[in-house]
Write a protein that binds this ligand. Structure first.
Ligand code: FPP
Length: 285
């Protein structure tokens, strides 16, 4: 289904996107650590809030570009559990920007088939934010395009501990036994169980750490770090990250040679699948 964002796209940009999609397999899931809002503002002698405000413009552009590209999942780190330690004034500015973002964007997100989700300790958010957030989530729940997940009051370790507690409870109730616990089952207890693991993890501002983001889920993610500060990161920078990602070889612990064999097998089975489909459409003589 073509959405409004795709219909109204500039030719040069859609050509660039077509080039990217023809180049290889795009990531199904992109996760982003949006860092550097404060430094962006300080460099310009502006209050930190101006950096966060400008950061929202980057969020808007990246969401739109991801949707146009047909990316399935985009997960952005909007507020970590550790961010509660920031000065009260900055927290309250971030919360009101978040509220404003949801109010301003929900119609356009919905019209463009975006499904909004959130992960984190959401009951720690101010009540008015919780209310608007859950309304937006409910309203877009049936959308089938890009799934945009906001990580809010989120911590990877917290989610892992939460999952362990729930597994222990299920074991105590007799719903599962310790031998049933494996990676697959464990993943179903995480807040991210509705999405595939991130293929590409982008961090802006040049810092080389995960900052407690998607710790379990990013085990095999390709990491892309750019020195750009988040408010300067726009769609052309996303395209650079995607190009870089598509030129990498993902080996999942195997050798290059094994990966070549796996890829040949996958493309052969896809070919025979296509042949079977095509044969059902061939004219009967
Ligand atoms: C990190 O920059 C960024 C944050 C803590 C918040 C990110 C929030 C936004 C981009 C705006 C709100 C988001 C949405 C989805 C509405 P920093 O402040 O740590 O920057 P610094 O490291 O340069 O100080």
């Amino acid at each position: 289904m073509i959405n409004d964002w795709q219909k109204n796209q500039e030719k040069q940009d859609s050509d660039k996107q077509s080039l990217l999609t023809s180049h290889g397999i795009l990531p199904k899931h992109i996760a982003i650590i949006m860092d550097g809002n404060g430094r962006w503002a300080i460099e310009r002698n502006l209050p930190r809030a101006a950096g966060h405000q400008q950061g929202i413009e980057s969020v808007r552009d990246i969401v739109k570009a991801s949707s146009q590209l047909g990316i399935g999942y985009l997960t952005v780190y909007a507020f970590s559990m550790e961010n509660w330690k920031r000065p009260h004034m900055e927290i309250s500015i971030l919360m009101s920007l978040l509220k404003q973002y949801l109010i301003n964007e929900i119609d356009e997100l919905d019209a463009n088939n975006v499904r909004l989700c959130a992960i984190g300790k959401l009951n720690a958010l101010p009540k008015p934010v919780q209310k608007i957030l859950s309304k937006a989530i409910e309203r877009t729940a049936k959308n089938t395009g890009l799934t945009l997940t906001l990580a809010l009051s989120y911590s990877g370790r917290w989610d892992i501990i939460r999952a362990v507690q729930m597994i222990a409870l299920d074991a105590r109730r007799g719903n599962l036994s310790p031998e049933d616990i494996n990676e697959e089952l464990f993943s179903t207890y995480l807040l991210t169980s509705h999405m595939p693991e991130p293929d590409l993890l982008i961090r802006t501002s040049g810092e080389m750490r995960l900052s407690n983001y998607l710790l379990w889920e990013s085990a095999y993610s390709e990491i892309y770090i750019t020195n750009l500060l988040w408010p300067d990161f726009r769609r052309t920078d996303l395209y650079d990250a995607l190009e870089n990602y598509m030129n990498r070889e993902r080996r999942y612990g195997m050798t290059s040679q094994q990966m070549n064999i796996e890829n040949t097998k996958a493309s052969q089975s896809q070919d025979s699948y296509l042949q079977r489909i095509l044969s059902t459409f061939s004219p009967k003589s």
